[in-house]
Each structure stands twice: as structure tokens, then as C-alpha cells.
Design a binder for this molecule. Structure first.
Ligand code: TYM
Length: 332
């Protein structure tokens, strides 16, 4: 059976980008067709300046939201990364296979480290090694497919390179995974700055729809989205990023295709109104279920505990094998 692994990091509240690019597909498709694991990758949230209490709260909230979005512990494994030691055990071994130069070429490292240096913040070493930990997340489970948004493609490419290199040097241990992306909305853009990705850790929230935003806040953010000069509704992400982003969001919510939808609208106003309503309706059941689950944290904790135990059992043999293959003595 196909093995799927994916994750979301608790550096901020989950966004519409996370939902359309990844989480929704995990719930609607992936968990039904494969042996799937979904992870709140909390160790990754420590790579930038962080408040411990906030990371704990966001991890709990992310796990609750994944369940609210429809992940069913009867169908898939939901857990928290730091509860399964195999991730960091394997990460170190993969650091011994990765090259310093290829880590420094990662786009997200270049962008984030430049931002931190500009803000006078020292860049954590873990920000540089982060993609190796991500590779370990994936490779520990013999993953075939990694359903992610567009922005994670380079990291999955690196994961493939590390798996191939390891296998070639030390023997066949890892499955070489591939990324899969949704057909639309693989990169939802910021509503105020439609040439940048809608990201959970941006400074201002005006261009970001959070999954737990009130319906009125969602409407306001979408109605105030920056559109392009010109008046016609055209789908052309290069030349008309603002309108094209709205068309992608609407298409993802309503099941259409952005190009066809562009022909339906004569004004930006009506496109924004319909997009806002479509997003509000799409998120309504997720928000309702989140309210229920937020009041039943005992259930959520139980799911995470059982998930971690299952994940540990799945990862352990392969990580042990990697240890032996690379030259470490087996434990008695
Ligand atoms: P993260 O936490 O930034 O995002 C979680 C998932 O949401 C997708 N995503 C988006 N998709 C479309 N439009 C957007 N604006 C948008 N923003 C985020 C991401 O592509 C991702 O699929 N490094 C990963 C977390 C991670 C991981 C892993 C993922 C750690 N280990 C192993 C897969 C497998 C990250 O930062 O995702």
C-alpha cells in the first residue's frame, strides 16, 4: 500500500494556504487511499525566535484543527513530531550525508536567514539544517508520496537526493519519495501582497485568512484584497497576480477551474463577494468541529498518544537499519 507522510509546523495559526495546499487533500483524499501519517512538526517551530508557551498552544491547536478538518484516527496516524525520537535520530545520520553547500542553496533558508539578519536577529543553526530534519521525517517511514503545497518542492527534492545518495553509499535502506501537489491553489498568495505566499508567520495578518478567523473577518480580508490595475477579470498569475489568486481560491473552494471562472465575472467586486462566501462556507464545518474538539482536549491528547506509539513502531526498524548501514554498532 502506498505510504504517505506530510506535516505542518506550529509557527503560527494555520491558514487558508495550508488548508487548500495541503490539509484539505489529506482529509478528503489521501487518508482514504493510502497508509498515511500526518504530523504536527513542532521541532521545526524552534528554528526561529519562539515563545515556548506559544509553540505549545499552537501545537495543540494545529493537532485539533487537523482532526477538525477531517483527519480520522481510524484511517490515518496523527501525531506530534517530538513524541517520536526516530526523527532526530535519523536527522543526524542524514546530516552526515548532506553537504553544507546544498543546505545553503535552499530558497527558504536564503529568504528567512536574510530576513532575520536584516532584523538584527542571529540565525539559528537549526534553520540551516531544517530540511535535513524534514528529510528524516519523510524517510523514516518509507514514504512514497508527500502531499504538500508548491513551496515545499525544493525540500522534497533534497529528500530524494539524500535518499538516493545514502542508498548508493551504504546500501538500499530508503524509499525515494515524490511530492504531490493539488491541481489548483498549490500556492495561495497573500491577499495584500499577491506576489508573496500566504504564510502563517507574516507580520501583518491583513493578507492572511486564518482557518479560525470569524466569517466577518474573512469577508473583510477578501473584500480588501489588493487587485491589479485594469478592470477585466483575467486569469494570468504573472501579469495579474491579485485577481488570479482570488480565482484560484474560488476555484479550489467551488471545484471549478480558475480560467473558466474568469469568464463568469465582469467586476472585481462580484468576484471578491463570491470568493469570500465560498471561503466562509468551506471553513464553516471545520470551525464548528474545532469548537467541539477544543472542548475535548482529552480526546485530542489520546489521539496524539496513540498516534505517536504507532508512528514509533513504524519508524524504528528503518532508522535502526540506517544506523547499522552507516557503520554504527547495533545495540545489544
Ligand atoms: P508549513 O507548516 O509551512 O505548511 C504546511 C503545508 O501547507 C502548505 N502551504 C501552502 N500551500 C499552498 N499555499 C500556501 N500559501 C501555503 N502555505 C503553506 C505547505 O506547502 C505544506 O504542505 N517544511 C514544512 C513542514 C514539514 C513537512 C515535513 C511537510 C516538516 N516536515 C515532512 C511534509 C513532509 C512546512 O514548513 O510546512
Amino acid at each position: 500500500m502506498t505510504r504517505i507522510f506530510s506535516g505542518a509546523k506550529p509557527t503560527g495559526h494555520l491558514t487558508l494556504g495550508n488548508y487548500l495546499g495541503a490539509v484539505r487533500r489529506w482529509a478528503e483524499v489521501d487518508q482514504h487511499r493510502a497508509d498515511a501519517l500526518f504530523c504536527v512538526v513542532d521541532l521545526h517551530a524552534l528554528t526561529v525566535d519562539h515563545d515556548p508557551g506559544r509553540v505549545r498552544r499552537l501545537s495543540r491547536q494545529a493537532a485539533t484543527l487537523l482532526l477538525a478538518a477531517g483527519l480520522d484516527p481510524e484511517l490515518c496516524t496523527v501525531f506530534v513530531q517530538s513524541h517520536v525520537d526516530e526523527h532526530t535520530r535519523l536527522s543526524y545520520v542524514l546530516e552526515c550525508v548532506a553537504a553544507d553547500g546544498e543546505m545553503r542553496r535552499m530558497i527558504q533558508y536564503k529568504e528567512k536567514s536574510a530576513r532575520e539578519r536584516a532584523g538584527g536577529v542571529s540565525v539559528r543553526l537549526s534553520l540551516l539544517t531544517y530540511p535535513v530534519l524534514m528529510a528524516a521525517d519523510i524517510l523514516a517511514y518509507g514514504t512514497d508520496e508527500v502531499p504538500v503545497g508548491d513551496d515545499q518542492s525544493q525540500h522534497v527534492e533534497l529528500t530524494r537526493d539524500l535518499a538516493l545518495r545514502f542508498n548508493q553509499r551504504y546500501g538500499q535502506v530508503f524509499v525515494v519519495p515524490r511530492a504531490t501537489h493539488p491541481p489548483v491553489a498549490a500556492r495561495v498568495m497573500d491577499l495584500q501582497e499577491p506576489t508573496s505566499k500566504m504564510g502563517k508567520s507574516h507580520e501583518s495578518g491583513a493578507g492572511i485568512v486564518y482557518l479560525l478567523d470569524d466569517p466577518d473577518v474573512i469577508r473583510k480580508k477578501i473584500m480588501r484584497a489588493v487587485t491589479d490595475s485594469g478592470r477585466e477579470v483575467v486569469y494570468d498569475p504573472g501579469a495579474r497576480p491579485g485577481v488570479s489568486n482570488l480565482l484560484e481560491i474560488l476555484a479550489a473552494c467551488s471545484g471549478g477551474n480558475p480560467k473558466d471562472l474568469s469568464g463568469v465575472y465582469e467586476s472585481y467586486g462580484s468576484l471578491k463577494r463570491d470568493t469570500a462566501e465560498a471561503v466562509v462556507e468551506l471553513l464553516r464545518p471545520v470551525q464548528a468541529r474545532h469548537r467541539e474538539l477544543a472542548g475535548d482536549q482529552g480526546y485530542v491528547e489520546g489521539v496524539l498518544r496513540a498516534g505517536a506509539e504507532k508512528a514509533r513502531g513504524m519508524a524504528r526498524p528503518r532508522v535502526d537499519e540506517a544506523y547499522r548501514a552507516i557503520g554504527l554498532l547495533a545495540t545489544a
